[in-house]
Design a protein around this ligand. Structure first.
Ligand code: GLC
Ligand code: CA
Length: 563
């Protein structure tokens, strides 16, 4: 595996709208981000990923871009963005942005021109397809519900949108469109951006015969993912994108890739792969149901462990995944992966331990480092997210009661990760002096950065220890390139693995007890306790001398083994 500048980095995702508001309009902004750069530096962050800050009507919270060359005025100005870039660099950090090019906003000038003249060049940037006797070309359902086709007014055509109808899909088969995208990507890289997180990218290649699939829901439609699953040749598009842009700048790219074909792993993230890395969503897809959130199952520990381990092992010798426990589309990791009894600081620190040392690039999502949780709402009207409304209605249509439908939003809503960041226990959690655009999670009075800042055993300070350990010169190679080796798999409730440096022979054990009972692990070769999530370094040190490690429920440890 080639050594690249990003391999040993720690990344942090900012959801700008909810991070820090500097001017009291209730919306997080770029000056707000600048004011928190030192906080991120202290946390050990190297790469900052900004979810979209482009001009957008916010139908899908900025993932509907109206101008790829403009900063949304809610977020600030281009001058402020340039300052953010400079300030990030000054601190030795890297900035990456979201690249959303499967679709744009219906407010984008391309789409406006296309609607005004369906024979224009711009119409060719989209999928304008003739319907059948007034009906859409096929029966596919968009990811956000409803038909993926919308009539083009004044014509017998329909345009394709795999997401909301305000997010028309771009036609990547058109070389003119591709060139426009390459120019735009290079424009940002020329500014000094370090790379991109690449949104929904697997969708750019679809079967363009647009036939119907077997109906799979009460709406008489069929999942649009079929069109992607059956498409051939995404690799050509992605290689061209890479050669025309990222490669020239040695840029870091991380793909949001779902439904990739397993044999394509090397093509995607091998040394010559399409991307530097891609997110590991395997665990997030556990328990998911094709029917919708209402039918999803809770994550079971054993299945979760098995899934994470399998994802880790299949990457051996290929490349690096990017690891997450949550993001702006997923529930909070602490609420999703920890059983109720472990949803406390000790449990959160244990989960963080297992996450931080996996092979790959750790992405911390804003608020994860202080242990933010899912947020309960009393009524569907309190949710903003477009897909939450769709899933709520779907649940009702499928026979759930209001309570049940709300319950699945509590478990899965994308708003769980989008509530404003908890900076303090004071008014509006210190996020804004105005009215927050999305109501806060009321538990900010207990869970907030200010309270944790100077408390040595806080989740925040533990995250700082984790990142520091991961980067410590003596172990950096092992944590970056070392092999992932499962450990104590027969022990129920134990999540343990060894990172093994095949060159130096260095071996480091990461072990956590997710079970309810005290566990004694027999350990030959324990040399030094590097970290405990509960201050028991000395106790464990005595323990490992005797050839064992005793972990109480929710305890975790990082242990250097003899080579
Ligand atoms: C990605 C984004 C999500 C967005 C979708 C459409 O999945 O993470 O937030 O809704 O793409 O752009
Ligand atoms: Ca603001």
């Amino acid at each position: 595996m080639k050594k690249r500048w990003w391999n040993d980095k720690i990344a942090y995702q900012i959801y700008p709208k909810s991070f820090c508001d500097s001017n009291g309009d209730g919306i997080g902004d770029i000056p707000g981000i600048i004011s928190k750069l030192d906080y991120l530096k202290d946390l050990g962050v190297d790469i900052i990923w900004l979810s979209p800050v482009y001009k957008s009507p916010f139908v899908d919270q900025g993932y509907d871009i109206a101008d790829y060359y403009a900063i949304g005025e809610e977020f600030g100005t281009m001058e402020e963005f340039d300052l953010l870039l400079a300030e990030t660099k000054k601190r030795g950090m890297y900035l990456i942005m979201d690249l959303v090019v499967n679709h744009c906003s219906d407010q984008h000038v391309w789409f406006q021109k296309a609607l005004a003249d369906p024979e224009s060049e711009e119409a060719g940037y989209f999928w304008f397809v003739k319907g059948e006797n007034g009906a859409p070309p096929s029966n596919i359902r968009s990811y956000f519900g409803g038909s993926a086709w919308e009539p083009v007014p004044g014509t017998d055509k329909f345009y394709l949108h795999m997401f909301a109808k305000e997010q028309p899909d771009l036609n990547w088969e058109n070389p003119k469109l591709r060139q426009k995208i390459f120019d735009m990507v290079n424009w940002w890289l020329d500014k000094g951006l370090a790379g991109f997180r690449i949104d929904a990218i697997i969708n750019i290649k679809k079967t363009s015969s647009f036939f119907s699939y077997p109906v799979d829901g009460p709406d008489g439609l069929s999942a649009c993912a079929h069109m992607v699953d059956e498409a051939q040749g995404i690799g050509d598009l992605l290689q061209e994108l890479k050669h025309e842009t990222f490669e020239k700048y040695d840029a870091f790219t991380v793909g949001e890739v779902f439904n990739m074909k397993p044999q394509e792993l090397e093509e995607f993230v091998g040394d010559e792969g399409h991307f530097s890395s891609m997110f590991d969503f395997a665990a997030h897809q556990l328990g998911e149901s094709e029917k919708g959130w209402y039918d999803s199952k809770d994550v079971e520990f054993a299945a979760w462990r098995e899934t994470v381990f399998a994802a880790q092992e299949k990457m051996h010798g290929i490349g690096l995944l990017s690891n997450i426990i949550e993001n702006h589309d997923e529930p909070r990791g602490a609420s999703h992966y920890l059983p109720l009894r472990a949803q406390n600081e000790l449990g959160k620190k244990m989960l963080a331990t297992t996450f931080m040392f996996l092979r790959g690039i750790p992405f911390i999502y804003q608020g994860q480092e202080i242990g933010m949780t899912n947020c309960r709402r009393n009524d569907i009207s309190e949710y903003d997210d477009i897909s939450t409304h769709d899933q709520y209605n779907l649940a009702l249509r499928s026979g759930c009661t209001k309570e049940q439908a709300l319950r699945c939003c509590y478990d899965y809503s994308r708003d769980n990760g989008r509530t404003p960041m908890h900076w303090t226990g004071g008014e509006n959690a210190g996020f804004t002096t105005g009215k927050p655009w999305l109501a806060l999670n009321p538990n900010y009075t207990e869970i907030n950065a200010a309270e944790q800042e100077n408390r040595p055993d806080s989740v925040l300070n533990y995250y700082r220890k984790l990142t520091a350990l991961r980067k410590q010169e003596a172990y950096r190679e092992t944590f970056t390139y070392g092999k992932f080796v499962p450990a104590f798999e027969k022990e129920e409730g134990i999540f343990a693995y060894i990172r093994e440096n095949e060159e130096s022979g260095q071996r480091i054990l990461i072990a956590a007890n997710f079970g309810t009972e005290i566990a004694t692990l027999h350990l030959c070769g324990g040399r030094e306790v590097l970290l405990s999530n509960c201050g028991k370094e000395a106790e464990y040190q005595a323990d490992i001398k005797g050839g064992k490690l005793t972990l109480d429920s929710c305890e975790s440890a990082v242990i250097l083994l003899w080579a």
